[in-house]
Write a protein that binds this ligand. Structure first.
Ligand SMILES: Nc1ncnc2c1ncn2[C@@H]1O[C@H](COP(=O)(O)OP(=O)(O)OP(=O)(O)O)[C@@H](O)[C@H]1O
Length: 234
């Protein structure tokens, strides 16, 4: 099977000279199509940096990052913007919804820019929020807002869905529902999901776990039988 993602000798340094911080130092791994991957690590380990590089939000300093045949290091700013728009869905810890647009309009923002988009109401239905289509974000709970953010990301029908601490602002039960949506999305659609977290207790739900420490890969392992989210305890 060809790899969906190949990362070779990836380095990301912020700043220059005495102020330089190397957040990713010689990172190497591959991800196969359809895997749900968890990137684990302590605060400051370099996880968000890696996610930003994979999502084309930040350029790499050196090395090779290839996603679905696209070599990200070869893209200029314009190329990276197109890559982000067409191929990547993002979910952040604090939802990042547009407050003066309704739920369905927030989802349409994403579906309008993608080539192979899902209908916005279909995406809202997938996260169980079709009845809230005409509400504004402030009228929804935190968990519901995160579900809108996931609907927005999956509406693009992205090859790659990236989530940075997506349950960080949610209570336990709501967090579980959110993780279930990610597991369903990757296993039902065969798409790739990468979740960045410091919570090692959720790692058994993943097909693939990459642990980062001090900007390097500390361990890289695969679960043959990932735990269904409903059975996870943390
Ligand atoms: N834009 C930036 N400019 C300078 N240094 C940065 C920048 N972004 C991140 N860093 C540094 O790079 C290192 C890794 O940060 P990163 O955010 O990738 O870690 P993380 O594992 O995601 O941490 P957290 O879980 O706390 O978000 C840290 O030392 C951080 O201070």
């Amino acid at each position: 099977m060809t790899n969906f993602i190949t990362v070779e000798n990836e380095v990301k340094t912020y700043g220059q000279g005495a102020n330089a911080v190397t957040a990713n130092q010689d990172i190497n791994f591959t991800i196969e199509p359809g895997e749900l991957t968890i990137i684990l690590g302590a605060s400051g380990a370099g996880k968000s940096t890696l996610l930003n590089v994979l999502g084309g939000m930040d350029s790499l300093t050196s090395g090779t990052v290839k996603v679905n045949g696209v070599e990200l290091g070869d893209l200029d700013q314009r190329g990276l913007t197109t890559y982000r728009r067409k191929q990547v869905g993002f979910v952040f810890q604090f939802y990042n919804l547009v407050q003066n647009l309704t739920t369905v309009e927030n989802v349409e923002l994403a579906s309008e820019i993608a080539d192979d988009a899902m209908d916005a109401v279909t995406a809202l239905t997938a996260v169980g929020l079709e009845k809230r289509a005409n509400n504004f974000p402030a009228q929804l709970s935190g968990g519901e807002q995160q579900r809108v953010a996931i609907a927005r990301a999956i509406a693009k029908n992205p090859d790659l869905l990236l989530a940075d601490e997506p349950t960080g602002a949610l209570d336990y039960h709501t967090g579980k529902k959110i993780l279930q949506l990610f597991q369903d999305f990757s296993h039902k659609s065969g798409k790739n999901v990468i979740i960045v977290t410091h919570n090692s207790l959720i790692q058994s739900m993943a097909d693939h776990v990459i642990e980062i420490a001090d900007g390097r890969v500390k361990s890289d392992s695969r679960n043959e039988t990932p735990t269904p989210v409903a059975q996870l305890e943390w």
